[in-house]
Structures are given as C-alpha cells and as structure tokens.
Design a protein around this ligand. Structure first.
Ligand code: VG1
Ligand code: CO
Length: 580
C-alpha cells in the first residue's frame, strides 16, 4: 500500500468527555471527522511511539463500527503502526479491551501499545443515535486528562492526516492474520476470538467451580440480560459454556447495531424485560422470579445486580463486594490494597473501609482516576454509583466481573447450606450488610437534554448560593425544618495522590451534619444539550429504620435539593427524565 497525505480542516467539537468522544452517528459521518480525531490521537501520542507498535481496535458493535474499524486500520497502517488487533466481528467489550492490552502477547512477544474503543456505552445506537471513540493507554485504562487535552488541542489545528487509501477492506468476521506490504515494511491485521484473553483472566480471579456448583443448585436460578450489547458474546462463553447455566437464563444476548432499538443501560428504567422477570414490575407480576438477575450496558463495563424482587444499589454493591471479597474471591485472598469510589457514589464504601481499616480514596466521576491508584498499588476494589464496579485486575470497570463477584459471595455464603434449608439470597446479604454497617439511602435524578445555557446557569446559581452557609440553612429550613444543617458546601476538586495533577469543578456538594449529601454535576457523556445529575444520599445507622422505602426516606432531601437549585425555574422541568 501507499501512504497518502490528505489535507483536512479542523472540527471544533472534538473534546473528549468523561469517557471519550461521543456524538450522533451523523456527526461522525461528516467528511474526515473520525480521521481527524484518530490522527490527532496519533500525533498526541507522538508518531515516534506509534511507529512499529501494536494497536487494538474494537468495540460494542454499534452502528457505524464496521466502517470505523476499516477507516482506523487504514490510518494506522499509514502512520506506521506495525500490527492491529481486532476482536472477531470488531467486537470487544471495554473490559476485554483492557485485558487484551494488559495480557495479550503477540507471536513476536510484543504487547499492545494502546486501543481505540468504539462505543458510546449506555447511549442508544443506530443511524440516528450515538457513536463514540475512546483511546486507552498501555496500562489498559482510559487516556488521562493530560493526553485527552493534548488530543483536543491538536484537533483544533489539524491540517492533514496520513492514510493508506489503497489498502483493501479487511474481513474482520473470521479469525486469522492478513499481512500487507507498505513503504516501511509489513503491516498486519490480526483478528482473534473476542473472549479468549478476558475469559482466561477471569478464570484466574474466581473459583469457577464454586460458582458452577451454585448455579447447579435446584434452589438457585439465574438470569442475565445483555440488552443486545457486546456482553452477550461473553455471557454465552462464561455462563453457558464454562458455568453450565441453562440457555434460557440469557436475555437479549445477541449483539445488535441498534441494541434492538432500546437504551443499553442497565437500570430499573431501561432493563425492562429483566426487571419484569425478576418480579420488580408492578404492571407485570410474576409468580416465581429467579434468585439472581443481572444486566450490562452496551460495552459491558456496567452492571445491575438484582435479587428476587430486590434491587441492589450500585453504591451498596461495591461496598458489599469489598466487605466480602476476602474468603469469597480467590484473587483477594491476600487482602485488599485499598478501596475507592467516585465522589457522587454513596459513602457505604467509606464505612466498610473504616471498619476493615482499608486505605480509602474519593475520586472524580469517570474511571480514569482509579487507574493511577491501582498502578501505584493503592486500590483493589472500586466503584461508581452509575452501575460501575471493578478491581485492579484491569483498568476499566467490569460488568461481568461484578456479576461473578456477587455469585462468588453467594456461593461462599451458601457453601454449607444444604438444599433443604433456606438459601442465603441476594436480599439476605444486603440486609445483613445494612444491619452491620448501617444503610445509605440513595437516589439519582437525571434531567436529560436540558438547554445547555440553562444548565450552566443552574450550576452557577448553586455555586453562588454556597457562599453563605447561614443563608443556605435558612432556605432549607423554610422548605423542610426537619432536615439537618449543611455544614460544608464546595465544588469538588481532586488532587491525584500519585501524580499530583489537579482536577477542579468536579461537582457541587452540600454536606449535611448528619452525613447526608446533595451533589449536582453536569454529565460529560451526553451527545445533545446538557444533562444535570442530582445525587441524593442519607445515612441511617438506626437498625429499626433501615427497612424504610428509599424514596420515602429521601423525600425531605429531594424537596430541599429541588428548591435550593430552583430546578424547575431554570430547566422548566417538573420531574427528572430518569430516576436511578
Ligand atoms: C457517566 C457516569 C460515570 C461513568 C461514565 C462512563 O458519566 O456518571 O460515573 O464513569 O458515565 O460510563 P457522566 O459524565 O455522564 O455523569 V460508561 O459505561 O458510559 O463508559
Ligand atoms: Co459502558
């Protein structure tokens, strides 16, 4: 093939958000839009380092992925990449990409330098929906802000890109290697089994035999919903082939370019089929729901954990995994190095860390901040309220890992429980946890696709209100005299304990005397307008009160939050788009 230098002009809107660049497919289909971003990434990494390297390209298989893979292959070849690694059909879950970067070794003994992950995660897919691209670095984690800022700067001035225009499209549907000859030597495209590296890694972490025994119990039943995302590929391999679950326990496990028209977002609103099957839908009652249910998002890094007629909040989930890891999961048998959560995630994990005397970190939203802690050996388990849980086995959150962690906990708890006595259920594990550590009532309100200026004004208003705490407390007392006083209010700023870098404006916090919290932030993953997220949390250690319904327990704080922020006034919305 020949290398052609093409001239191009910059797009002004290529700033990566919380997790890469996410836009409507039609935006990505503009001339040179994807080319510019990929070339800017190569330039930011430095062409010297890109030359001769191995780069992974794959994603959740959403609409436009097939075209994008071929474009990135041609750009890679022209920029001197020596080899690209592609999961069969261009599919690799986000956690699998992380595992491939960290663990896969080529026939020449070389590992991957980085990866382009093609996904917009939980956002819908299809010709009129979202596409996304994200670069992950050598440690298997999302590019850090230093790099993404550099990429963004370069997209604003880009004038040309290099492309191997005459390189034929490569068949990515079958496993094997195709070699081409370029001006600087050979270029290889290697297509491999998407499950291989990831499943091998999981087998070193969990006791698959113990989980298999749990799934085989006559009093246990299981259900997994991939919402037509890439998780389906892994679910078949792991739950059916490895753990011998019944085919009927898998829902929506065929990956589709448009996720079957749904939102591939594992929560109580969008995972409708699973929610109904688990007996959590009032409209569609079922007589005997499974004991355990779980769902994933489009790229399989998120998870929702359900018990029979029971929802586990993601904030509780990470706390419970941390509290039970040792003993249940062989990978953690030598102990936990530390735990971490994102700022808006509830403090349930903090209580566990304190009780178990573990190092604890609170980082801004987005997985990239956990990576530095893990690389420095400071953190083993971490999580976010947004249905993300994971550990230092890779540098991304990991949806299937979370499911296997829960199954491991249940297997361990039921090890000596005979099938004629009562099974220890998901709900039992959670209620016992609350009884030991107290309960963090938690909810999140999302106002999606709000006018961007109105959202900014609301945030500015909240910062302004923070300047006088007596004023804040006066306002609050007018609405709900029964709510505790705010003792601190600020904009969250994070200083990375490893590299000292500072991330500011990471959300507005109101911290109450009784440990309650209100947090407001703007989403960095949307593709249209602005999304305001409001996080509401209240701690209850009184064991007689931990059984209250979450929406009831949180009602006073919700009222305070809406009035303090003048939500309706600024956004014109009387209710949120989604409650999780
Ligand atoms: C959201 C979540 C955040 C998560 C991010 C990426 O970001 O709040 O916790 O890390 O999505 O997850 P934001 O900026 O929209 O609040 V995923 O599965 O979309 O890669
Ligand atoms: Co995701």
């Amino acid at each position: 093939f020949k290398v052609v230098t093409q001239s191009t002009s910059p797009y002004i809107d290529q700033k990566p958000g919380t997790s890469g660049l996410r836009k409507k497919v039609t935006v990505f289909q503009q001339p040179n839009y994807l080319h510019n971003f990929v070339q800017a990434t190569f330039n930011a990494l430095s062409i010297e380092k890109v030359k001769g390297s191995t780069i992974v390209i794959s994603g959740d298989g959403r609409y436009f992925s097939k075209d994008a893979v071929q474009i990135i292959i041609k750009l890679s070849a022209a920029n001197g990449v020596r080899r690209v690694w592609i999961g069969q059909d261009g599919l690799l879950s986000t956690p699998a990409v992380s595992a491939v970067i960290r663990n896969r070794v080529g026939s020449d003994g070389e590992k991957a330098f980085g990866a382009f992950i093609l996904t917009a995660s939980h956002n819908p897919g299809g010709p009129h929906e979202d596409f996304g691209i994200k670069y992950n670095s050598e440690n298997g984690g999302p590019a850090l802000e230093g790099l993404t800022n550099k990429m963004y700067d370069l997209t604003k001035t880009i004038k040309e890109y290099l492309i191997a225009e005459d390189l034929p499209n490569v068949d990515i549907s079958s496993i094997g290697t195709t070699s081409f000859q370029g001006p600087e030597g050979a270029f290889e495209v290697e297509v491999f089994d998407a499950t291989e590296d990831y499943v091998n890694l999981l087998k070193t972490i969990f006791d698959f035999k113990a989980i298999k025994n749990l799934l085989a119990r006559p009093d246990f039943s299981f259900c997994y919903d991939a919402l037509h995302g890439v998780a389906g590929v892994y679910a078949k391999k792991i739950f059916i082939d490895e753990l011998s679950a019944d085919e009927s326990s898998l829902l929506n496990c065929v990956p589709k370019e448009d996720f079957g028209g749904g939102h591939p977002d594992p929560n109580l609103t969008y995972a409708k089929e699973l929610v109904a099957r688990m007996g959590l839908s009032k409209a569609a009652p079922v007589s005997e729901p499974p004991e355990f249910g779980a769902a994933a998002d489009g790229d399989a890094d998120r998870n929702m954990i359900l018990g029979k007629r029971f929802f586990v909040t993601p904030s509780d989930s990470v706390a419970i995994i941390a509290a039970n890891a040792i003993g249940s999961i062989p990978y953690f048998n030598s102990g936990l190095k530390g735990v971490a959560r994102s700022m808006p995630t509830s403090a349930a994990l903090d209580v566990v860390a304190k009780n178990l005397n573990l190092k604890f970190f609170e980082v801004p939203t987005g997985w990239k901040f956990f990576g530095n802690l893990m690389d420095a050996g400071l953190c083993s388990v971490c999580g976010e309220e947004s249905f993300g849980t994971g550990s230092d086995h890779i540098r991304e959150k990991d949806g299937i890992w979370a499911v296997l962690a829960w199954l491991s906990i249940l297997a361990h708890r039921n090890k000596n429980v005979s099938t004629d006595s009562k099974l220890v259920t998901v709900e039992d594990v959670v209620r016992q946890h609350w009884a030991t550590y107290g309960r963090h009532f938690y909810t999140r309100y999302d106002y999606e696709n709000v006018d961007a200026d109105a959202a900014k004004e609301l945030m500015a208003h909240l910062v302004n209100v923070q300047s006088s705490l007596p004023e804040v407390n006066k306002l609050i007392k007018q609405v709900r005299p029964d709510v505790a006083d705010v003792e601190k209010a600020d904009e969250f700023e994070y200083k990375d304990p490893v590299d000292g870098s500072i991330s500011s404006h990471q959300g507005i916090r109101y911290l109450f005397q009784d440990g309650s919290r209100l947090v407001f932030r703007l989403s960095g993953t949307g593709s249209e307008g602005a999304t305001i997220r409001l996080y509401i949390e209240q701690y209850q250690s009184d064991s007689t009160k931990i059984g209250t319904e979450a929406q009831d327990a949180l009602a006073p704080l919700v009222k305070v939050a809406l009035s303090l922020s003048k939500m309706q006034e600024f956004t014109g919305r009387s209710s949120p788009t989604v409650i999780t």
